[in-house]
Write a protein that binds this ligand. Structure first.
Ligand code: NAD
Length: 518
């Protein structure tokens, strides 16, 4: 829990005792406890992991009402979103990881067609890392840390989660739902996060948050040669082509830009519309956005809750003021709404005529604000979309699936959706992650499981076949390898046989050495 008095005086407190939470010194202790749990869990079979994760899914369902209520109380987001974007996200990822980890991470046979290695038996083994440190943000305060923890546990690890200091109660649920001490939660701000990155027992850090903090986490981890996955900010473009279903595109933009009050890493922040459609699009988007109900998340029918802090609202206001001061046209919003609540609300806001170099077009806004710009042709649309330092997601709105396929390749982003946005975070099988300043590494999907594992190559050899490149070295062996190089790796049969013939003496010497040792 956090006393939101003034933005600069956020004080994380223990939700049970209301005392200040984890001191950085306690983090190392939590990590070392988790190591014991990890050592035991690493020995578990995939059947056991599946059973344990099944029990976690049941616990989530048993407590669904309480978890959703906690999330809505801490963030102000509509209750429906606490279900769709938190509980559903958590459960889908959990269930996928539980049922897929065994298939993805089972030992993989490595085969050798090379004649001199044919007798070998190679395997790729995917082993747990140990303790995974998960540092998470406030915008999906249950869905994100839970999902990261579920994948890590499915891969055989234990986890220490550091939730955002703005949403500690939602984060605390994650620990409560996993048995056997497999997931611990440490509460506090940046200093507690840093202690988790530094703790000697932390094998890897999965960080979700802002680019600024991500850089700090990566450099701290880098000093310790500790791997990190960085899920950072975004500034997702939405490309609406002339053949798009306008009604669906507007509905998608409305949700993509204003769900969670715009506080979504893959939220739509830049809309590019084919020029002939632009005016109709903006008018319809503004008409529907005007109808979105602003208020308490607990009240059904509320579409927009407040921003998370006063500071965040001030930042949104600053970006909008800067844009209008530099010639942007305010088509809707741009002010605090008239609601009978003291919270940090802001109207859904639409801007047009924003120049590319203006801050609001370059920086992550993280509020209910979207810019709409016209484009001429596909090349221009791609240039505009890719002309950002971020690369988390992008969406293409068209009836032409060939165009969609083409653009999926051309857009520089970790995920590209067609006639939809963001949904794939809520599925286990789709990879998640960004390019450029949106971070590196992948979570979710088989790649998420691989990144939570240590790959080991294991070679099994009965030790009966001689190794031709061992000592002694002599002229015959050198000549033999000259011939072998061409014979094994040359292009075409003629070249291969030619090489063997040219170096036949050396090849015979190599053969003698080989057979004499059998
Ligand atoms: P933030 O960077 O301020 O905080 C994220 C977490 O890092 C919090 O738990 C915070 O306490 C912790 N932290 C702060 N300083 C730290 C330090 N020095 N060392 C270690 N940990 C530290 O981000 P936020 O405001 O909580 O979240 C919003 C940001 O997260 C946005 O940029 C958003 O786009 C991004 N985000 C990205 C994704 C994604 O999947 N790519 C998802 C959600 C949010």
């Amino acid at each position: 829990m956090v006393r939101k008095t003034e933005a600069r005086e956020l004080r994380p407190v223990n939700p049970a005792t209301l005392e200040p939470v984890s001191a950085p010194e306690e983090v190392a202790e939590a990590v070392s406890d988790a190591r014991l749990a990890a050592a035991h869990w690493a020995q578990s079979s995939f059947v056991e992991r599946r059973a344990l994760l099944g029990a976690v899914a049941a616990a989530v369902l048993d407590h669904a009402e309480e978890i959703a209520a906690t999330v809505t109380a801490e963030t102000g987001k509509p209750l429906v979103e606490s279900y769709t974007a938190e509980l559903f996200v958590a459960l889908d990822n959990l269930v996928w990881a539980a049922s897929s980890a065994g298939g993805v991470l089972r030992p993989e046979r490595v085969r050798y067609p090379q004649p001199h290695l044919r007798h070998k038996r190679g395997w790729l083994l995917y082993e747990p890392l140990g303790v995974v440190g998960v540092i998470s943000p406030w915008n999906f305060p249950f869905g994100i840390p839970f999902t990261q923890a579920a994948f890590a546990v499915a891969a055989g690890n234990a986890v220490v989660v550091k939730p955002s200091e703005l949403t500690p109660l939602s984060g605390a649920w994650v620990e409560r739902l996993f048995p056997n001490g497999l997931v611990r939660v440490v509460q506090g701000g940046g200093e507690v996060g840093e202690a988790l990155v530094r703790a000697p027992g932390t094998a890897k850090v999965v960080f979700t948050g802002s680019g600024e903090t991500g850089r700090r986490v990566a450099s701290l981890a880098g000093e310790r040669l500790r791997p990190v996955t960085l899920e950072l900010g975004g500034k997702d473009p939405m490309l609406v082509f002339e053949d798009a279903d306008l009604d669906r595109a507007v509905a998608g933009a409305l949700w993509g830009a204003f769900a969670n009050c715009g506080q979504v890493c893959s939220g739509v922040e830049r809309i590019y519309v084919a020029r002939p459609l632009q005016e109709a699009f903006v008018e319809e988007l503004a008409r529907r956005a005007r109808g979105l109900r602003i208020g308490r998340g607990e009240e059904l029918g509320t579409a927009l809750g407040p921003l998370i802090t006063e500071e965040q609202r001030a930042r949104v206001e600053e970006l909008v003021d800067d844009a209008t001061g530099r010639g942007a046209e305010l088509r809707l919003g741009g002010a605090r709404p008239d609601v009978d609540l003291p919270g940090w609300f802001y109207e859904p806001t639409i801007l047009t005529g924003v120049e590319r170099e203006v801050r609001i077009e370059r920086e992550e806004i993280f509020g209910p604000v979207v810019t709409v710009t016209a484009f001429g042709d596909e090349d221009e649309a791609v240039r505009l979309a890719n002309g950002s330092s971020f690369g988390l997601g992008a969406s293409v709105w068209t009836r032409d699936l060939d165009r969609a396929r083409r653009l999926a390749r051309r857009l520089d982003a970790g995920s590209v959706w067609t006639n939809d946005v963001s949904y794939s975070y809520g599925t286990g099988q789709a990879s998640w992650g960004g390019t450029k300043e949106s971070g590196y590494g992948r979570t979710h999907s088989k790649h998420g499981l691989y990144e939570l594992s240590r790959v080991k190559f294991a070679d099994l050899d009965r030790g009966r076949v001689p190794v031709p490149w061992w000592f002694p070295y002599d002229e015959g062996v050198l000549e033999g390898f000259r011939g072998m190089a061409g014979m094994l790796y040359g292009e075409g049969l003629g070249r291969r046989l030619g090489s063997a013939w040219r170096h036949r003496r050396g090849m015979l010497a190599l053969g003698r050495r080989y057979f004499s040792r059998l």
